[in-house]
Design a protein around this ligand. Structure first.
Ligand code: ADP
Ligand code: ZN
Length: 640
């Protein structure tokens, strides 16, 4: 949902062609047409020369032609802007004189006196000559402008290299705080900025120091940009936004001049807000850059930014908001007092937050009566605001395609599923042999999920290929509140479920496939974390062995500081545990062989089964064989 209208880009006309690509293109085409015509004109002339009757062409001086005319050795003459051609009496030979004097008043009378037929070329005369001279220049210019425009899309332009006009977008957003949900703490933090922007005099008179910079920190899509816009929207001030990565140019110094420009514009219309997205692109710690050979462009840009922020006093009501999801990489200089000395966490929303965000985004769509947003909010644990907005939109698209008048719950749930596992790829052909493998593999996961205490229950099992890699999947949607802690037995349960796929292949098909690669990878990672991060093993005890330096995305650097000996022990322990669990899982699958066979059969038949069906199959099998039910959730409810 895009709520920004009145987008008033601050353009200068030196970038005229950049701003009017269509016009530039039109002019370009026009010039090409003129050029084409010109050449065609010349081509006609060549055509005469290529006349089959002409046997010889001789280049002569202008004076020679005049001489020939006087001697009456010429039948006809053609005068063009660049040359004069004379055809001899037999019509088989042609004399051509280039370098023709511009003003020879005698020439035409000479032709007439000698009764020689002559013709001229259109566009004759001095004006035409100048045009002819200038045309190539125009053409080159047009091509250049055209290319420059094209390139400017990719990297900021050659023409306007120093100007940030195109990259800085200025608007007066009508986003309000009510549009941003699920980030109450962050909203509270920025509230005082709104007041300052609205009534700067009050604060200035008091001599209060207002923060100049505020860093919004959080994972992508949580609404950092939206919040910054809402600040501008609430305060009704202009909002200048630019992305940190757009400062990184191939020419040194360009970024710095853009920063200067940005602040110049913002100060002109203060009070205003400057928003720098992805500030880590310029604000990367200089120390970390030095390792990589340094980057003087980035350093200059960063220095300029620091200079600008130091440059205006606390009485200039320009506030710089910046966003990043990697605060730990930022240069310390950026975080110093008087710069981005305040950090505000914009985190992923909890249940109530998700519900509120879903409501905001479903304001403008038509919902059927059966829609239950609470269920949607429950099933989207871990998603950011942008994902939620996307789910509503995806559901609307689905409903449209199905020609429904309103969005129903089914579409919402399907949209969630898509978000988790990607698009169904019904067209992708998989062989029956592979289908068989996938059916057993997924049945193995599903059975373990149902029988293991602490595992999330199965919502759906499918053997329809999805997304990029998955040939099938077992979907477990968290059905309770947000979870911030995982207990040890839950992690172990996750490992058992992950091993279920491979184990089923081995037990029921006698052959293992590459399909379990991802499962094993994840199982290994869980065990490694249990040992080295969470202190849940005998190997390292409570000692933490690796420290992830990034709090978001998990993409930060991991530093391992332990001995080679410890490393070996960890590896051995992971391997042993995996083997142990694998044997246990295989044993369980053998005990439930009939259930797996049934499940795989149904799957091969209908391709997708719901969690309820999985549970029914297992319970029916247990009853048939007089077994006491091991269904985890049944046991759990007995326990409590
Ligand atoms: P970020 O800047 O943190 O990456 P954005 O602000 O660009 O995220 O979010 C993208 C879109 O997702 C927003 O325009 C909005 O539609 C939606 N969105 C994200 N977070 C929220 C939120 N907290 N409340 C409402 N909508 C949100
Ligand atoms: Zn699997």
């Amino acid at each position: 949902m895009n709520r920004q209208n009145n987008n008033q880009n601050s353009e200068q006309n030196d970038n005229f062609f950049n701003e009017n690509p269509l016009l530039a293109f039109g002019i370009f085409i026009l010039i090409m047409v003129i050029l084409f015509k010109m050449f065609m004109g010349d081509a006609n002339l060549e055509g005469v020369m290529g006349d089959p009757r002409i046997k010889r062409v001789e280049q002569v001086k202008y004076s020679d032609i005049k001489e020939l005319i006087k001697k009456r050795e010429v039948k006809s003459v053609k005068i063009t802007s660049t040359m004069i051609e004379a055809t001899d009496l037999t019509g088989t030979k042609k004399y051509i004189a280039k370098n023709v004097p511009a003003y020879d008043m005698e020439f035409i009378p000479l032709l007439e006196d000698n009764n020689i037929t002559y013709e001229g070329q259109v566009g004759e005369g001095p004006v035409a000559r100048y045009v002819n001279m200038l045309l190539p220049i125009f053409i080159i210019l047009a091509i250049w402008l055209f290319l420059a425009k094209k390139m400017s899309k990719g990297m900021g332009g050659i023409l306007g290299a120093g100007r940030a006009d195109k990259l800085i977008s200025s608007e007066r957003p009508d986003v309000k705080f009510d549009d941003v949900q699920g980030v109450q703490e962050a909203k509270d933090e920025v509230l005082e900025i709104v007041d300052f922007l609205k009534f700067p005099e009050r604060y200035i008179e008091l001599g209060a120091k207002i923060p100049k910079g505020l860093l919004l920190v959080g994972p992508p899509g949580t609404g950092k940009t939206l919040l910054a816009k809402a600040v501008a929207g609430e305060a009704e001030v202009p909002f200048f936004s630019v992305s940190g990565s757009s400062f990184m140019e191939m020419f040194v110094g360009v970024g710095a001049s853009r920063v200067r420009d940005l602040f110049e514009q913002a100060k002109k219309v203060a009070p205003s807000i400057v928003f720098i997205d992805e500030i880590d692109a310029i604000g990367k710690s200089r120390a970390s850059n030095a390792q990589m050979g340094g980057h003087s462009e980035q350093e200059q840009t960063l220095n300029q930014l620091l200079a600008e922020m130091d440059g205006f006093g606390t009485d200039t009501p320009v506030i710089v908001l910046a966003a990043t999801n990697r605060p730990e990489t930022l240069d310390a200089a950026l975080l110093r007092a008087g710069r981005f000395d305040r950090q505000v966490l914009v985190d992923k929303p909890d249940f109530a937050g998700r519900l509120a965000i879903l409501k905001v985004h479903s304001k403008d769509v038509k919902l059927a009566d059966d829609v239950d947003m609470e269920t949607v909010a429950k099933q989207t644990a871990g998603m950011a605001g942008a994902d939620l907005a996307n789910i509503i939109n995806e559901a609307a698209l689905l409903s449209g395609r199905r020609n429904k008048k309103k969005i129903e719950q089914a579409e919402l749930l399907e949209a969630i599923e898509r978000a988790f596992v990607g698009l169904e790829r019904k067209n992708r052909k998989i062989s029956d042999i592979e289908k068989n493998i996938v059916a057993y593999h997924e049945s193995g996961h599903a059975l373990m999920a149902e029988l293991t205490k602490g595992a999330t229950r199965v919502t759906k099992v499918s053997i329809i290929p999805r997304g990029l890699g998955a040939l099938g999947y077992t979907l477990h949607l968290p059905d309770d509140e947000d979870r911030f802690l995982k207990r040890k037995y839950e992690l172990m349960a996750e490992i058992d479920v992950l091993l279920g796929g491979r184990a089923a292949e081995e037990v029921f098909l006698g052959e293992i496939s590459t399909g379990a690669g991802n499962d094993l990878d994840r199982a290994t990672a869980i065990l490694k974390d249990m040992i080295s991060v969470y202190g849940m093993s005998d190997v390292a005890g409570l000692m933490v062995l690796s420290r992830s330096q990034s709090s978001f995305l998990g993409g930060g650097m991991v530093s391992n500081d332990y001995s080679e000996e410890m490393a070996q022990k960890i590896d051995q322990s992971i391997k042993n545990t995996l083997n142990e669990r694998y044997e246990y899982v295989k044993k369980t699958l053998r005990e439930y062989a009939g259930a797996i066979e049934n499940m795989a059969e149904v799957l091969l038949d209908v391709e997708v089964i719901e969690g309820d069906t999985v549970q029914e199959i297992i319970i029916a099998f247990e009853k048939e064989n007089g077994m006491e039910s091991r269904m985890a959730h049944l046991k759990e409810s007995e326990d409590s």
